[in-house]
Design a protein around this ligand. Structure first.
Ligand SMILES: Nc1ncnc2c1ncn2[C@@H]1O[C@H](COP(=O)(O)OP(=O)(O)OP(=O)(O)O)[C@@H](O)[C@H]1O
Ligand SMILES: [Mg+2]
Length: 252
């Protein structure tokens, strides 16, 4: 058992590095002996690659986990005979280092109802899965729409991933007000030594790291491809900082 789980939602512009950092962070938490649920809330899957599961992993919820219910979001809810914890234990799949992985599932052609059903159910699971013995890491779809829809509401803190580009900071300025009902920390990714953007003091800097980019081309998790690289070291320090904050009480 652990003293209380960390519950983190990753947000940021497309390509900012959310999945790379979320997947690595999830595994580094698990390597510290913690129970970790990593959830891909992005309909373009990314987290399975950075976790090191490769492609083609379907970890959406099966039809029996969801039921139609008038008045619920989009007319669906988690099946009433299932608790969020049961869903996690039955349907989350094993990822490296003992992380458990759940996703909103594949969007199949000609199946317009299915993705909505799955998204609604997975979000319900996340919000209801409040076991203090578990850390929960959610990788949101890029941009403002998912924060606007409050996909981060399961979390107790938000990590806003920002790159040293003007467009990334612009996106971050749009996203931040949508998530600042929770404590928000800025992760400056692809850090290259240039000053932080105005208004975005970095809580942590993850350096630009060619080995991390190579990992993707090699189809490997950065943690497997370049475990001692500067980006991984920085994410490990982020994990330490999160756990210190967690034992000292929630920030904010
Ligand atoms: N610090 C870094 N140094 C070098 N390459 C990086 C770094 N962080 C991420 N990358 C690379 O940039 C690409 C985009 O990263 P990632 O997929 O994590 O972004 P994302 O924010 O999840 O994108 P999307 O919005 O498309 O989901 C990947 O190829 C990744 O390996
Ligand atoms: Mg991603």
């Amino acid at each position: 058992m652990q003293d209380g789980g960390v519950r983190i939602a990753f947000v940021g512009k497309g390509g900012a590095g959310k999945s790379m950092i979320a997947g690595t962070l999830a595994r580094l938490l698990a390597r510290r002996g913690r129970n970790v649920l990593a959830v891909d809330l992005d309909s373009n899957p990314g987290l399975q690659f950075s976790l090191g599961m490769g492609g083609g992993m379907e970890a959406g919820l099966p039809p029996e986990a969801v039921e139609e219910h008038e008045g619920s979001a989009y007319g669906w809810r988690l099946a009433s005979d299932l608790t969020p914890a049961e869903v996690v234990h039955r349907f989350a799949v094993a990822a490296p280092d003992g992380v458990r992985y759940l996703s909103i599932g594949k969007i199949h052609e000609h199946e317009h109802r299915r993705p909505r059903r799955s998204i609604v159910a997975v979000r319900g699971v996340l919000r209801g899965f409040e076991d203090p013995g578990w850390d929960v890491v959610g990788d949101l779809e890029a941009g403002t729409s998912t924060p606007f829809e409050r996909y981060h509401s399961f979390a107790d803190q938000v990590l806003l991933v920002v790159n040293p580009s003007h467009s990334s900071a612009l996106a971050a300025r749009r996203i931040r007000p949508l998530v600042d009902d929770l404590p928000v920390s800025v992760v400056a990714n692809r850090w290259n030594g240039t000053p932080d953007h105005d208004g975005f003091p970095a809580a942590v800097r993850v350096p630009f790291d060619p080995a991390a980019a190579e990992a993707e081309r090699a189809g490997l998790a950065p943690l497997d491809h370049c475990p001692g690289s500067p980006a991984i070291t920085a994410i490990d320090e982020l994990v330490e900082a999160l756990l210190v904050t967690d034992t000292e009480g929630k920030p904010g």
